[in-house]
Design a protein around this ligand. Structure first.
Ligand SMILES: O=C1C[C@@](O)(C(=O)O)C[C@@H](O)[C@@H]1O
Length: 257
């Protein structure tokens, strides 16, 4: 496979290399739930843990967020932490913060040194995207620009352009998660993944969601997807499969190819 893209390491984990990283999302709504979830998840040895903070019921209370983050970071130990407040428009929970509050919170968290990556939707305002790139760069935190479509799978060309847009905004990676209506759509996502992997210089994470798409979570990495999301305790998106199954399939494919 042609590989002109940049890879990078976070806490010793190679992102964008030959083997996909397994990420487990945390979706607890309070600190206690997060700790319990994390205890289970830690035992499953994820490469990355994602805190989907849009599920956290006290997101509008900075001290509670910092307290939860400190606890998560302590328990996670050396496992890289991805911080995501998924927007409601792209499948996240409704939150009490407006975009300005959200950016202020992100600025605060980026300065703590406890998170390794931030995910932010490409659909956001251009000034906000550039601002977030600036503050994450200042703290050497990796930034993922993402796109989610729970309705359909856009064309290969449109998905490719999303990758290009993220690269132009100087993302460290691009994440694209789309809903297929049939297996043709799954192929569209895989073809676009391969094109981005070949021609765009940042690692791509791609997901075809739902029942049709769940196979993309198992072998999308062979087409260039750098991270796959699996269920540790609870699913955070349609079509996710348990991490144990994901790891078995990846091992089998790796052994036989
Ligand atoms: O963007 C993604 C991908 C995802 O939506 C999935 O389909 O596995 C799961 C989310 O938690 C994560 O933020």
């Amino acid at each position: 496979m042609e590989r002109s893209k940049k890879t990078f390491k976070v806490k010793g984990k190679l992102i964008g290399g030959q083997r996909p990283m397994i990420c487990i999302p945390l979706i607890g709504k309070n600190t206690q739930e997060l700790i319990e979830e994390l205890d289970v998840i830690k035992g499953k040895q994820p490469d990355i843990i994602e805190w989907r903070a849009d599920y956290f019921e006290n997101l509008d209370d900075e001290s509670k967020v910092i307290d939860a983050l400190n606890k998560i970071s302590d328990i996670a130990g050396g496992v890289p932490l991805l911080f995501t407040i998924r927007s409601a428009a792209e499948g996240g929970q409704k939150i009490a913060l407006n975009e300005k509050d959200k950016l202020n919170l992100l600025k605060l968290l980026v300065g703590t040194g406890s998170i390794d990556f931030v995910d932010y939707e490409l659909d956001n305002n251009e000034d906000d995207i550039k601002y977030l790139r600036k503050i994450t760069n200042n703290h050497d935190i990796k930034l993922i620009f993402s796109y989610h479509n729970f309705e359909q799978t856009p064309s290969v060309e449109t998905i490719f352009e999303i990758g290009r847009q993220a690269e132009n905004y100087q993302a460290d990676m691009v994440k694209i998660s789309v809903m297929p209506k049939n297996m043709d759509d799954v192929l569209v996502l895989l073809e676009a993944t391969q094109a981005i992997n070949k021609h765009i210089k940042i690692p791509v994470v791609s997901i075809s969601m739902g029942e049709y798409g769940s196979i993309s979570r198992m072998f999308g990495w062979k087409f260039g997807s750098a991270i796959t999301f699996g269920i540790g305790e609870q699913s955070s998106a349609p079509g996710q499969i348990p991490v144990e199954d994901l790891r078995s399939v990846i091992n089998i494919i790796e052994k036989s190819t």
